[in-house]
Design a protein around this ligand. Sequence first.
Ligand code: TA6
Length: 306
Amino acid sequence: MANNSIKEGDRSPRIILHEPTGSTVEVLLYGAQVISWKNERREEILFMSNKAVWKPPKPVRGGIPICFPQFANFGTLEQHGFARNRLWSLDDDPSPLSPANNQSSADLLLKSTEEDLKTWPYRFELRLRICVSAGKLTMIPRVRNLDNKAFSFTLALRNYFSVSDVSEVRVEGLETLDYFDNLSKRERYTEQADAITFDGEIDRVYLSTPTKIAIIDHEKKRTIVLRKEGMVDAVLWNPWDKKAKAIPDLGDEDYKTMLCLDAAAVENPINLKPCEEWKGRQELSIVSSSYFSGQLDPQKVINGLH
Ligand code: TA6
């Protein structure tokens, strides 16, 4: 990452990635959190709360926080684990991945500290490669077990997407799947709808999903496609009005223009023996078109025909 410099400033140190057609990504070292992804037309793809708190230890409300080694309250650790509340460093040895020495990718590293061992008694390294290319943002998380005993973890890349109006967007690719409903004691249900639309709070973990899921936003004439590997589940979250009012670092109306669609490993925790390494991959891509003009058939997106 020879020529990507760390930008200091009023908030925590960050890195800005560029690619030749003009899209950029901004990453905080704090939490290795992507806080902005702008396309070549300088349109922001990710949601960021106007009331986000930028001072550690509070995670930043928006962008792409990393939930590790625990998703939500699926365990005894703090909500969503501690990786999003830690200062990561630059990873100058991302092997076996080849070094990312260009302006459009960065490697970040979180190593367990003596302090962490008090909350989660395992030695680990969590690596994250972030790459921006034309119309795409790729993230490659890796967990290495440096301990002399096996450990298990759950994880999510919590993508806060900016949408025109959440009551107007639809999600394709989760139909007929089972899900845990976090709004009713994690009971298990089966999705009946062809496409998921939103008219109230939603907090679900969809299980063993296809590798492609699409958010179709008519108003913005764009479809966000999430492709994922190594993270078999997906989370859909929108707090809606009441919950939004109860979340201090979220504006009361913010729920209308955000939707979280995460790549996640929740139902079956990932188990790593000593020296083993797990690798995941998430690729977010933007297909700019309008559903109405029939240019884009969601089924074709899901079946990779677009
Ligand atoms: O999606 C799961 C969830 O745990 C929700 O229940 C809600 O709490 C959300 O994440 C936000 O969590 P956070 O800790 O970021 O406020």
